[in-house]
Design a protein around this ligand. Structure first.
Ligand SMILES: [Fe+2]
Ligand SMILES: [Fe+2]
Length: 360
C-alpha cells in the first residue's frame, strides 16, 4: 500500500481504502474500487488530496498509450485561431493584474471601461458565446495564474449574458462585474489565498471576508451599482445558503446571480491542473449534484442548455470505452444526454453506471 497524490492517479489503480464524502457521512468510493477517469476526477475535485493505493492489485502501467483519436481540445489547440486566443488571453490577464494592483495598493482610479477593453476585444474576436466558451475550455491546461480566474469569469459572464439576450450596454457592465467580482481577494493575506490543501475554519472565514472587503473598497466610487453588488453578493445563493448575508433570490442583484454561475463553473473546471481540459459534462454533473436551486432559475437553465449544446453532435468517449455522438440533450439531467454508438442509443439518464469521459 502506498499513498498517491490525486495528480498521480491513473486509471486501473485499485483503491486501498474507502473514501468518504467531505461531511464524512457516506462512502463515495469503496475500498477495492478500480479507478477510472471519472472516479479520479471526483477524487481530485471534491474529496481527497492523497489516497491509499493497493499496488499488489494494480496492474503494471501499459508501456505505450494505445492509439486514440486526439481529443476535441487537442484538435482545437492546434488551430491558429486558438493560438491567437491564447496569446490575447495571456496578455489580457497580465495587464489586468497590474492595473488592479495599482487600484488596491497605490490608490489608482478604478476605470472599469478601460480595464475591460482588452476583454471586450477578446470577445469580439471569437465566433459568438459558444465559440468563446469552447476556446476557454480548451485553454484550461495553460492558465492557472491568479488573475486568469477574473478574466475567465468575465468571459463566462459575458457568454451567459449573450445567451440571456442582454442588450450590449448591459453585457459590458456584466463583463466588468465578472472581471472585478473578486477584487476583495487582493485584501486577504496571500498565503491563505494560495495555500495548498484544505483550509482551517478560521482561514475559510477570513477568505469569505473578500466579498465584504471588496465592497468596502468600491462602495464610494463612481461605479455602476450592479458591479458593486456583484462584488458584494457573488457568493450569495438563491436558496439562502450563501454569504455574507444569506440573501435569497429576489434580494440578490441579478448581475451577482449571473456572476455566481460563472464563478462556480470556473472554480470547478480549474480546481486542479489537469492532463487535459476537464470534460464539461463532468463539470455540469458536479453543479447538478450540488443542487441547481442555488442559482438563478432562468440563468442556470440557459447556461447549462448552452454549455451542453456546444457539444451536441460532437463525438464523445463513454466511461466503458465506447465512442459515439451526443444526439439528444436531457433537460432534466444536462450531464446525461443520449449518445448514439453505432446503431445503439445510450440514454445516460437511465444507464447511470456510464458517463461521458471525454469529448473527442
Ligand atoms: Fe469570490
Ligand atoms: Fe471568484
Amino acid at each position: 500500500m502506498k499513498r498517491y497524490l490525486t495528480s498521480q492517479l491513473r486509471p486501473g489503480m485499485v483503491l486501498g481504502e474507502s473514501i468518504y464524502s467531505l461531511e464524512q457521512d457516506r462512502v463515495v468510493l469503496e475500498k477495492g474500487t478500480v479507478l477510472d477517469e471519472r472516479a479520479i476526477t471526483r477524487l481530485k475535485l471534491q474529496i481527497a488530496i492523497a489516497v491509499l493505493i493497493d499496488e499488489d492489485e494494480t496492474p503494471e502501467e501499459e508501456a505505450s498509450v494505445p492509439d486514440r483519436e486526439p481529443s476535441h481540445a487537442e484538435k482545437l489547440r492546434a488551430t491558429p485561431e486558438f493560438q491567437q486566443f491564447k496569446q490575447d488571453f495571456e496578455e489580457t490577464f497580465s495587464d489586468f493584474g497590474n492595473k488592479l494592483n495599482d487600484v488596491v495598493t497605490a490608490g489608482a482610479d478604478l476605470e472599469p471601461e478601460e480595464l475591460s477593453a482588452p476583454v471586450m476585444d477578446l470577445i469580439e474576436n471569437t465566433t459568438g458565446p459558444s465559440g468563446l466558451f469552447d476556446m476557454l475550455h480548451s485553454l484550461r491546461q495553460y492558465s492557472d495564474e491568479t488573475y486568469a480566474h477574473s478574466v475567465n469569469v468575465a468571459l463566462i459572464s459575458n457568454a451567459i449574458g449573450q445567451w440571456m439576450n442582454l442588450p450590449p450596454a448591459d453585457l459590458q457592465v456584466l463583463t466588468q462585474a465578472g472581471l472585478l467580482h473578486d477584487i476583495g481577494k487582493l485584501l486577504v493575506p496571500r498565503d491563505i489565498i494560495t495555500k495548498p490543501g484544505r483550509l482551517t475554519e478560521e482561514e475559510y472565514r477570513i477568505i469569505q471576508q473578500h466579498a465584504q472587503k471588496g465592497y468596502e473598497l468600491v462602495k464610494d466610487r463612481d461605479l455602476d451599482p450592479r458591479i458593486k453588488n456583484a462584488i458584494l453578493m457573488h457568493h450569495e445563493r438563491c436558496d439562502g445558503s450563501g454569504y455574507p448575508s444569506h440573501l435569497e433570490t429576489e434580494a440578490i442583484d441579478p448581475f451577482a446571480r449571473y456572476v455566481a454561475i460563472a464563478d462556480v463553473y470556473d472554480a470547478i473546471t480549474s480546481a486542479r491542473v489537469y492532463r487535459d481540459a476537464l470534460c464539461p459534462f463532468i463539470a455540469v454533473e458536479i453543479m447538478e449534484s450540488e443542487g441547481l436551486q442555488k442559482y438563478d432559475p432562468q440563468a442556470i437553465l440557459t447556461f447549462l442548455t448552452n454549455v451542453v449544446n456546444v457539444y451536441l453532435f460532437n463525438r464523445v468517449r463513454l466511461s466503458d470505452g465506447r465512442e459515439g455522438e451526443v444526439v439528444f440533450i436531457n433537460r432534466q439531467h444536462f450531464a446525461r444526454p443520449t449518445v448514439r454508438t453505432g446503431n445503439e442509443f445510450v440514454d445516460l439518464a437511465r444507464e447511470t453506471e456510464l458517463s461521458i469521459e471525454a469529448i473527442i
